[in-house]
Design a binder for this molecule. Structure first.
Ligand SMILES: [Zn+2]
Length: 331
């Protein structure tokens, strides 16, 4: 099969090459990959060597068609359209026992600690494979694994309630698009910090730019400010995030693209009963709920590349004109 492979870290070492088509064991599913969502995690993976195996195929988010199943597989059959739950878990540790596969003590990630989906085929254990509901496009289906699940799990962990105000930084980004739409499904009023007017079609009640955020949010909430703030970008937005957080507010972080060192005023934090919440992807139960909940979710795709153009696809994550998701389609 053809696959994007690197042997030494660095994006220039990523090459489309022939790779042995994976074998399947009795509990495995062979998936013919149709669509890959290009994720910042992939960029980090290609630039790192703490991955396995080497040579390595990256790709944490993908969807495809079941090609072949092992003899003990019964939840999917050849021809089914599927996506994957991408956190590796053992099912035996204390975190798995309470349904927190995302925190498995022996965990990892498909595409980082195993080969990923930037290939014509991938073999994964049945427990990671989920049938896509009918209405799902390949683009949307492949976005559930990281973008959709991370947003959904974060909102659940923050206990976002109907009528509350949710503010999303990076609202046009991979997770941001889903945070906005899912926030509406939770019954919240959603404010997107962005310059992209298309977020209105995704349900945003208010779109404000970064500079005016504090003032506009104060007006919108009549001084109460935000109940939940999502800052998936890290350091650069942290101070602003705290400045718009109201009493009993929860600020969520699950990404540090702009840095991870921040300051906190503890007296403000306790006087306002605020919570800082870290989350990381999500659990299998969340994934099943999400697949059902997100049937009518939209996805803004900016550019679609072929597998041959893998390097350009990854590099375009840094493009300043980026306006939505970057996909790799296997034709
Ligand atoms: Zn575990």
């Amino acid at each position: 099969m053809k696959a994007l492979v690197f042997e030494k870290s660095g994006i220039d070492n990523l090459k489309l090459t022939e790779y042995k088509t994976p074998e399947i064991n009795s509990h495995d599913v062979l998936i013919k990959v149709k669509m890959i969502g290009v994720n910042p995690v992939d960029y980090i993976t290609v630039n790192s060597l703490s991955v396995s195996p080497i040579p390595h195929i990256p790709g944490v988010e993908f969807a495809g068609i079941v090609e072949k199943v092992g003899e003990h597989v019964n939840s999917v059959s050849p021809g089914d359209r599927v996506t994957i739950y991408g956190r590796l878990f053992d099912g035996n540790c204390d975190m798995c026992m309470i349904g927190y596969e995302t925190l498995c003590r022996n965990g990892g990630r498909i595409g980082v600690n195993t080969n990923g989906g930037m290939a014509e085929y991938i073999s994964v254990e049945e427990k990671y494979v989920f049938k896509l509901p009918e209405d799902y496009s390949w683009e949307l289906g492949s976005s559930m694994t990281v973008a959709g699940l991370t947003a959904y799990h974060a909102l659940k962990e923050a206990n976002l309630r109907p009528g509350e105000t949710l503010v999303v930084f990076g609202a046009s980004g991979n997770t941001g698009q889903f945070a906005v739409q899912l926030g509406k499904k939770f019954g919240a009023k959603v404010i997107a910090i962005s310059r992209k007017s298309w977020l209105k079609d995704f349900g945003a009640d208010l779109i404000v730019n970064y500079e005016e955020a504090e003032e506009k949010i104060r007006d919108f909430t009549k001084g109460k400010m935000a109940d939940v703030v999502i800052d998936s970008l890290g350091e650069q937005f942290w101070e602003k995030g705290l400045s718009i957080l109201g009493v009993k507010g929860r600020i969520i972080t699950f990404g540090t693209l702009t840095g991870s060192e921040v300051k906190i005023n503890l007296s403000k934090l306790y006087n306002m009963h605020q919570t800082i919440l870290g989350t990381n992807r999500g659990n299998r139960k969340d994934f099943v709920e999400l697949l059902d909940l997100c049937k009518d979710c939209k996805l803004k795709v900016w550019r679609t590349f072929s597998l041959e153009e893998g390097k350009e696809a990854l590099n375009s994550l840094q493009d300043k004109n980026r306006d939505g998701r970057i996909m790799i389609k296997i034709y």
